[in-house]
Design a protein around this ligand. Sequence first.
Ligand SMILES: [Fe+2]
Ligand SMILES: [Fe+2]
Length: 448
Amino acid sequence: MGLSVEQCVNRLKRYHYALKRLHGILVARITAEPIYELKLAFSLHAYYCAEHVATMRQRVGEMREPPLGLEAVPDAALQRFFDEIQNGPTTELLLLGIYEKALPALHRALERHRQDSNPLTDSPTLRICRFAAMEIQEMIDFGTQAATCLINDFLRNQASEWLGLLDLLLKDAGELEGSGPRANLPRAEKYAKRAFPYVRTPKRDERFSDPYNMGVHAEMFLYDQQFSARDKTLMIFFKRLREVDVPEMMASIIQETKDKPWEYYREMTRQLWDEARHAIMGELGFVRLGIDWTKYVRPPFTWSLALNTQLEAKERHAVLYFIEQGLMPKTGKRYEWEIATESGDPFAALCQDYDWADEVLHARIGRDWYAKEFGTNREAIAYGDLAWSRVLIDWSRYQAEGLTEHENWWPDLYRKACQLWQVDPNPETLNYQHTYESTRADLKTLAE
Ligand SMILES: [Fe+2]
Ligand SMILES: [Fe+2]
């Protein structure tokens, strides 16, 4: 026949819980995960989870009157299952927990729902489950490939006991959807014994070989009339790639801001993924030119590092809002799009077209979830300006402590690009050597 409304709602609440936990687990790892591709994948996957959480919530709301009880834990064994994965102490264990245990269990549960529910009476639920299953399969496929690259037999053997514990916890829960027989035996926790140690300091892999380097001032170059649009696309690609620091910073805001409506987490995670996408656009810009960016460009993490370690979550959001407000006027996203269009590189133009559109959305998200807490927009911006001026990105100390030489990587990049374009480098352009020592990215002069 099919599932009753009550049975259906009970199952939906379990999928909802699983997706919400996965969202939280992924967001909590973005900042300190060094491997670039995983940082980006976690950003996308957290966004997928956030969207499906929203649709599951909505569907429960269609079938039941408030209070919906969506914040309650539906099953103690499921909670322990996700606590173990959340606390997995290495990237490898996290990958195995998420992509080989949790997501496949969720996929099976959704398939089970399809089998158990009546396609006529429960059609709206089956529809959202079908869409969720598609993206869950996509995540599993990525995770399986990542595990093949990163996890050898030795690591897998070492993890086998813990993976067995995850299976048992799922059994205790009667599987993710709760329809199976329950084992419910006492289990010793492994990693869930301690509270989750959140790390807000960003980490990068070895391809980011000089993460304190602030030796090339991209904005000053972009706004300088004497340089050509074609040459400026190199700086635009660098700026986009450098944006990998935005998900690193935004993840810490989402992680440390509790008890907001789900719409807050959904929209903030959407923006987080957009910023990760912008980084990929920059990376791809270099790839399409035939330039190995890891050899020629030095994207720093100093912005996310400074914000995450010097400001509270609300202040970080304030800085983000302040900066994004500044991106809307003439010198901002329109200008970058015009330059990219003029450059003759259709990919640069395409990226900037979407980058601009994304930025309009982000300004709206900022207004709704940050600025509305202030009396006026002016106060919201002033608070962001103040917070940003308090952040110390200590150019000289990084150098004095030997963290970087602030090497000017621009001439080598430019020479390489000219070689690929089969043109002679312009001597003035080749000579560009402004750093971030005394001028911020928004061209504001730093106090002496
Ligand atoms: Fe962006
Ligand atoms: Fe943005």
